[in-house]
Design a protein around this ligand. Structure first.
Ligand code: NAD
Length: 378
């Protein structure tokens, strides 16, 4: 019964047979969770490191449209611990080697890849081939080429793809997008974005290993500054020039420590971003023709905080961004709502990342970008 209901539902949805009848409403029960009929989608987390442990799994206790159904881990000891803590059946527990057999598991609708960056493409493509919808953590991959491979695998297998850009589901981000769209403070003229922290941890961590991370501060935190620059103006940049700074080369042996970049956007808007593994930064400020708006902090787990030139404080009740994000993706699958962080958004950011690295390699030379509206979701 369980198998029939879930598989039938997914395959019908993928073929678009039931999609239109679900628009705006939750489908009828499609399976069983903890012995109860459920219409929630089952998520399996791949990689049970700190983000899965302290953010995603706890957030999945707050979600309405999805739940923690399975785990994929390379660490034997974590299996029993997670099975017990989150009531995950043994049959929904995988390792990296037997992962592909997840294709036969009707409990798992979505695979969420939470591994070091260089492993994203392989596991996202394997998940798509297993017929599962995919959420890929940020940065989407370590190159534009890998992003494209993930996108085409998901298209080919007719599964949905989302990037783990939790801020796209956050109410503060939505408020900023509204100011930009409605010109609440006039035309945006200049945006400033910072995203960084001081890294002091284990020098052998994967984030400092270029073959696993793909790069340093820019790959890890820079994508937030790129994202805030874009939703703080409402446009993709048309050019970028960048500089790199290094003060602790003994620690940052392979990866970038601090990068600054200047953007040109359409309509003469300009932007400046800073990202670092050696300086704190967590801010977005847009200066407009009739005032300004600011988030500080702009992209931590919350609560986020904001203010505007008219003296208003931007304030929303705190909710786990990750719960909002995973529910948004589940609703996209179940009800046909917009995908707020599609693969094209992750690919666009990687195009900008590569242009920034190229500018640095060419002594700060301006790089033209031809992105149109790629990845912009209003
Ligand atoms: P982590 O180091 O805490 O966990 C990494 C996991 O990958 C561990 O379970 C580890 O065992 C596993 N792993 C498998 N092969 C590995 C290898 N060769 N080397 C190292 N680890 C290996 O990292 P994390 O902070 O959980 O980050 C994982 C992903 O999530 C990254 O892509 C990161 O950018 C992303 N992330 C996103 C957010 C966000 O706010 N969206 C926050 C933190 C991390």
């Amino acid at each position: 019964m369980e198998q029939f209901t879930r598989r039938n539902f997914n395959s019908l949805f993928t073929k678009g047979v039931v999609g239109s009848t679900l628009m705006g409403s939750v489908p009828l029960a499609k399976g069983f969770y903890a012995g109860q009929e459920t219409n929630k989608l089952g998520i399996a987390l791949v990689g049970l490191g700190s983000y899965s442990t302290y953010q995603l799994a706890p957030s999945l206790q707050d979600t309405q449209y999805c739940y923690l159904a399975g785990i994929i881990t390379g660490t034997r000891a974590k299996e029993a611990e997670w099975q017990e803590k989150y009531k995950i059946p043994k049959k929904n527990t995988y390792n990296y080697e037997n992962f592909d057999s997840i294709a036969n598991n009707p409990d798992i609708d979505i695979v969420y890849v939470v591994l070091p960056n260089s492993m994203h493409a392989d596991f996202c493509i394997r998940a798509a081939k297993a017929g599962k919808h995919v959420i890929c953590e940020k940065p989407m991959a370590v190159s534009v080429e890998e992003c494209e491979a993930i996108i085409s695998a998901c298209k080919k297998e007719k599964v949905r793809l989302g990037v783990g850009y939790r801020m796209q589901s956050d109410p503060y981000t939505k408020e900023i997008k509204k100011y930009v769209e409605e010109k609440t403070f006039g035309d945006v003229l200049f945006v400033s974005s910072d995203a960084g922290y001081i890294s002091k941890g284990n020098p052998d961590q994967w984030r400092l290993n270029k073959s696993l991370s793909g790069g340093g501060a820019l790959m890890n935190m820079g994508v937030y500054a790129i994202q805030t620059s874009i939703y703080g103006t409402g446009h993709n940049p048309i050019s970028v020039s960048a500089q790199e700074f290094s003060t602790r080369p003994d620690y940052f042996k392979q990866t970038d420590e601090t990068i600054t970049a200047q953007f040109e956007f359409p309509d003469g808007i300009i932007g400046h971003m800073m990202t670092s593994h050696n300086a704190n930064g967590n801010r977005l400020k847009s200066h407009c023709s009739d005032g300004w708006f600011e988030l500080d902090p702009a992209h931590s787990y919350g609560p986020i905080s904001g203010k505007t030139s008219n003296g208003n404080v931007i304030s929303f009740p705190h909710q786990r961004q990750q719960a909002l994000q995973m529910d948004d993706f589940a609703k996209h699958i179940l009800m046909g709502t917009p995908n707020v962080a599609p693969g094209e958004m992750g690919k666009r950011d990687m195009i900008i990342v590569e242009a920034i690295y190229k500018s640095i390699a060419e002594g700060g030379k301006k790089q033209s970008l031809d992105l149109g509206r790629m990845g912009i979701v209003s």
